[in-house]
Every structure is written in C-alpha cells, then in structure tokens.
Design a protein around this ligand. Sequence first.
Ligand code: MF3
Ligand code: CO
Ligand code: CO
Length: 289
Amino acid sequence: MDDVRARITKDGIRIYEDADFAGMRTAGRVAAEILDAVVPLVVPGATTGAIDDFITEEIRRRGVTSATIGYKGYKHASCISVNHVVCHGIPGAPIPMSKSETISRDLEKRRKDDVLRDGDILNIDVTVIVDGWYGDTSRMYVAGKPSPMAARLIEVTHEGLMRGIAAVKPGNTFGDIGHAIQAYVEAQRMSVVRDFCGHGLGRVFHAPPNVLHYGRAGSGPVLEEGMFFTIEPMVNLGRPETNVLADDWTAVTRDKSLSAQFEHSVGVTATGCEIFTLSPAGKFHPTWG
Ligand code: MF3
Ligand code: CO
Ligand code: CO
C-alpha cells in the first residue's frame, strides 16, 4: 500500500496517494469533456445564459455534480468572463460594457444583455464533482473572429499556463511555477493578475496552497509527488489591477483592457506532473476562421 505517503505538509498541503490519481483523472476528464461540448455553441448571437443552461444540462445528463451551484451563494454551473472581465463573470447577466461601448453615443452599440458579439473573447470555467473528486478547468473561446491583439493575448495566456505546468516536478517550488509564467508574460509586454490565484484541490474545491501566477524562482513551498492543484493564470493586455463589480462576483480589469485565462488541474508525479483536465477532443486552445 502507498498509504505511507498520505499526509499534510507543514504548509498545510495534502499529499495524496497513487490510487487518488484515478479519481482526479475521471473528474478532470468530465470537466474537460463538458468544455469540449460547449465549443459549437460559442457564436455571435448566442447568450451566456443559454451556454450555462447547456452546461447545467450536460452535468445533469452525466450524473455528476456542479461544484459552483450553491458555492458561497453562487447560482450557476459556470463562470463566463467576456472581454475585460477577468474571472467570475455571471452567465445570463448583462455583459459589462467595454470602454468604447460605454462612451459610444450610438445606443445600439451599448450592451444591456448577455448576447455575444462578433470578436468577443470569453473564458468559460467549469468545476464538477465526480465520486467526491473535483475537476476544475477553464479555457478561452471566441465568438466569430478575434482582433489580432485579442488573438495574441489568448496565445500568450495559453503559453504562460503551459510554461507554468512545465515547471511542475518534485523538488521545484511553487515560486518556480509563478516565475515561469510571469517572466514569459511580461516579456510579451502583458501583465499577470495578482488578485486571483490557483489553489489546491482534491476532495475539496479550494485548499492550500494559493498558487500564485507570479513570483521568485526558488520561493514558496517545495513541490512533492501527490500534490493536487490548479494553475489558472489571468493575463491582461494592460495593467494587472482588478475591480469587483457591485454584484460581488464579476472581476474586471481596472483599465478595461482585455483579459484572458486558462486553467488546468494537475497532480505532481515522481518525474513531473499529470494534467487531469486535458481536452479529449484536442480543443483546449480555441481556433477561429
Ligand atoms: N472555478 C473557479 C476556480 O477556478 C471558482 C469559481 S467559484 C464560483 O477556482 F463560485 F464563482 F463559481
Ligand atoms: Co480553479
Ligand atoms: Co476554475
């Protein structure tokens, strides 16, 4: 038996056993399959409310549980964060207006609904519970065709996540993960959000440690085989600061610049890591025509 490994580190991080990887693998796959199934729905004219309804139905149909419905009073099966919304966008709620929409005197151009428009970029974040295990993943989608800068932001954010994941192996530290992401993103003249972070997970949604997406190499707790956590960098085209709107959920960039995010749930193995939330259909990174 591998039970000898099960323990909590001095930083409060749970070390899981070999057998626990199977539970995370299944939960992560279900979450990723649901994000795959959403792809054809994300088109100009679609509403975020209808996308969330579809996700709710996919969760029900699979006989699994949403981790977000009822979590701290949240009522939806997904977070849908459009354009300058950084994270925790509420599906079905009016999409916050961008700077140009806000100042536009053309009332037709102003948003009052949750309808996606051509060129909108959005993150959809789904967390499911399967046999007690949590699978948490998010990725970017595009309604129609993105602007060149939006496409570049998506590319850099995805690459930032992958560089963070490449730093995951026993003996490295959480600071090494954050440093890998920050060094890459800032070299592209974009910024890493500081106000939200990744998290330990497993049989719980949010557990120690806070997984920062910035930091100093060699700082923070040392990674050990059997740790489960998310890496979920949010990257802004402009400055990193955020505001939370009056709904107490929706986080936006303070300067209203575009923001992107990708999230995987991972487990540390003897030699590196296993990504639990890989897209079975190979659709993690969006494409556009
Ligand atoms: N899935 C998000 C995360 O990555 C958390 C969403 S909590 C909610 O940690 F309540 F906003 F849904
Ligand atoms: Co998460
Ligand atoms: Co998430």
